[in-house]
Design a protein around this ligand. Structure first.
Ligand code: NAD
Length: 429
């Protein structure tokens, strides 16, 4: 019999039947083993605090009646209010939202922000909705969430498929119930309490992470070569700051394909083409050749920045990677099986929960500014971001050396220790 009720999206699997949440927990367990954590504590730390799944009915401007699933997973609040973006994506599913929520717990702990972790997803294709549809959808989703989020509870932000406009609608809707509350979401437009420097924050943070760590791995940034998969927000800004530091950006890509130029690409010129033509593949200059995404991942470069999707580097292509350092701009771009292959080949990986933490760090600065009702200038935002990323790298390096392990395991150890310490002090575990 045909089902009338829409089912949640099929659970996404990375490879070998493993879901993204299981993949994060596999990494968690590797670190928990080294810390000698007992079964009880492991389960307590891995289990989400709250999983919300809601129905969002929507009558679109063109007359369709849609029933859309919305999720908010709140993973842990031992260290402070929970924090994490909301993505609008046709394949948003609960398991992936859980994975991303738990990554946020570990990420905020690695960079020592006074936050826990959360994530949201709405199973829709924003490209098939008008601006008015998106506004109605966002307002209705906010109505479903308003009793569960809050300035000191859970603070959403933008993610894939959402941006400053969606955040503005969320603040407006939430404020109808609770009075003017700009600090309930971050990533807002600047005139509505957004922070200077938020747009470039993740790419800038990734640049600081590479700048700080490169000398430890014998890489001189000023004479290095870089390839970037996913020339979107994170990829463009990372490329731009790395190029400013003297690195040669030899290849960039997007969903349509990639381009390579041995003498280096000017990120701003490529970005101009993307703005005009919609893709990097339309960029023309002397010495530019087309490459596909798989070729890009296999280029012989000093630094590879995967800044597109989860699972981009998997067991089928990890053996082809010839980069010396991978700086993870995307969330979980490397599967656990690929991670092992890379470790065996001495490829250094700056893990996502450190390398892309610049975004949530500036979101934290936005929240602080909203609470203080005092705006920082862009220079202060950048200075504080640099300090946060550099301090996090020092902590990460210390823990990694102490435990004689790789940076990803080190990052999980650092994060778990911090979350555990907070929850023990609070008498929770
Ligand atoms: P974006 O939408 O601005 O850019 C994504 C880019 O990846 C686009 O150029 C797109 O064409 C490309 N892409 C999509 N599918 C691809 C594929 N199959 N192969 C190659 N390229 C592909 O998104 P963004 O904000 O830059 O985010 C990128 C990644 O970074 C995501 O995984 C996101 O979760 C993560 N991230 C973003 C932030 C942030 O502040 N924006 C913070 C932390 C992590």
């Amino acid at each position: 019999m045909a089902r009338d009720v829409p089912e949640p999206a099929a659970t996404f699997h990375l490879e070998d039947g493993i879901t993204p949440f299981e993949a994060v927990n596999l990494l968690f367990r590797g670190a928990a083993d080294r810390l000698g954590l007992g079964e009880g504590e492991r389960i307590a730390l891995q289990t989400p605090y709250r999983d919300l799944m809601v129905k969002i009915p929507l009558r679109t401007e063109d007359g369709r009646i849609l029933t859309i699933r919305g999720y908010r997973v709140q993973h842990d609040n031992s260290r402070g209010p929970m924090k994490g973006g909301i993505r609008y994506h046709p394949e948003a599913d609960l398991e992936e939202v859980r994975a991303l929520a738990s990554l946020m717990t570990w990420k905020t702990a690695v960079v020592d922000l006074p936050y826990g972790g959360a994530k949201g997803g709405v199973q829709c294709d924003p490209r098939e909705l008008s601006a008015l549809d998106l506004e109605r959808l966002t307002r209705r989703f906010t109505q479903r969430l308003e009793g569960f989020i809050g300035t000191h509870e859970d603070i959403p932000g933008p993610d894939m498929g959402t941006g400053a406009e969606v955040m503005a609608w969320m603040v407006d809707e939430y404020s109808k119930f609770h009075g003017h509350t700009p600090a309930v979401v971050t990533g807002k437009p600047v005139p509505l309490g957004g922070s200077y420097g938020r747009e470039s924050a993740t790419g800038r943070g990734l640049f600081f992470a590479v700048e700080r760590s490169a000398p430890d791995f014998g890489i001189d940034l000023a004479s290095s070569t870089v390839a970037v998969q996913g020339f979107g927000n994170v990829g463009y800004w990372a490329a731009r700051f790395l190029a400013e530091a003297g690195a040669r950006i030899v290849a960039v890509s997007d969903v349509r394909g990639g381009i390579h130029r041995a003498d280096g690409l000017d990120p701003d010129a490529v970005q101009e083409t993307v703005r005009r033509e919609g893709s990097v593949v339309a960029f023309e200059a002397d010495g530019v050749r087309q490459v596909d995404n798989e070729e890009l991942l296999a280029l012989e470069v000093d630094v590879l920045v995967p800044a597109a999707l989860g699972g981009a580097i998997h067991k089928g292509n990890a053996g082809d990677v010839r980069a010396r350092l991978i700086a993870e701009g995307a969330n979980h771009p490397t599967t656990p099986a690929a991670d092992e292959i890379l470790r065996g080949r001495d490829v250094v990986v700056l893990p996502d929960i450190f390398a892309n933490a610049g975004g949530v760090t500036v979101s934290y600065f936005e929240w602080v500014q909203n609470l203080q009702q005092f705006r920082w200038d862009g220079e202060r935002v950048d200075r504080e971001l640099a300090q946060t990323m550099r301090r996090a790298y020092e902590d990460l390096r210390r823990v990694t050396e102490e435990h004689e392990t790789d940076l990803r395991t080190g990052a999980f150890i650092l994060a778990i220790e911090r979350v555990l310490q907070a929850s023990r002090l609070r008498g929770l575990r």
